[in-house]
Design a protein around this ligand. Structure first.
Ligand code: TYD
Length: 199
């Protein structure tokens, strides 16, 4: 499954909590993230988050790290592990496709060209409502891009959620409330997958 959302929506905390809860039931759950998740991915992450780049250059780099990431995930999935990733293709569709204006179809075309065929079973989008972006001194390029960009990202997720069937989660509540909500929806989707293993 994929956890998505605008920067500053508490996504990383929720990924940690969800994975911990899932594992405590006995499931094998691999936790990962994009951009990153592999050695090459981490190198690309540092390039993309800190150097100025054209939207298409960004989309190509994000796609490249995804190819590497998926190659690393496939054997784990084949061995029966669940995978929870903090960001995946939806981030490229929203950030490069909409917020940076490349167009969703061009990002999808790149994705098709990459040959990636891994589709998540479910995509959750943590929607922070109108809480604004973190304004931290160590903010990366994306986090510093300003309120207008942040609004485009938030609107982008809402817009594409309908088209692609992403599950919007209201992330305006407390950490525990959001975690419980997420767990409830995951249980609906995952069925037995999130039930504690018996025996
Ligand atoms: P990160 O520090 O991981 O942010 P967060 O904690 O909010 O996930 O930085 C990832 C940034 O990269 C984030 O602003 C979204 C952006 N991004 C894209 O623009 N396209 C992509 O395909 C991916 C995976 C991330």
């Amino acid at each position: 499954m994929v956890l998505e959302g605008p920067d500053g929506g508490g996504k990383s905390t929720q990924v940690d909590l969800l994975v911990r809860r899932w594992r405590s039931g006995g499931a094998t759950v691999h936790q990962t993230f994009e951009p990153g998740g592999t050695d090459l991915g981490r190198e690309i992450r540092s390039l993309v988050l800190h150097a100025d780049s054209e939207p298409m250059a960004e989309a190509l780099l994000m796609t490249a790290q995804r190819v590497q990431h998926v190659a690393a995930l496939e054997p784990l999935l084949a061995a029966g592990s669940h995978v929870v990733t903090d960001r995946y293709l939806p981030s490229s569709l929203v950030y490069q496709g909409l917020a940076r204006g490349l167009g969703v179809d061009r990002v999808l075309a790149l994705h098709d060209l990459s040959g990636i065929s891994l589709e998540p079973d479910v995509v959750f989008v943590l929607d922070p409502g109108d809480r604004s972006l973190r304004d931290r001194p160590d903010a990366d390029r994306f986090e510093s891009a300003g309120a207008e960009f942040g609004q485009r990202v938030r609107d982008g997720y809402r817009h594409l959620a309908t088209r692609f069937g992403w599950q919007m989660i209201d992330a305006s509540g407390s950490i525990d409330e959001v975690a419980d909500q997420l767990w409830g929806v995951l249980a609906d989707f995952g069925g037995d997958a999130v039930e504690p293993r018996s025996g």
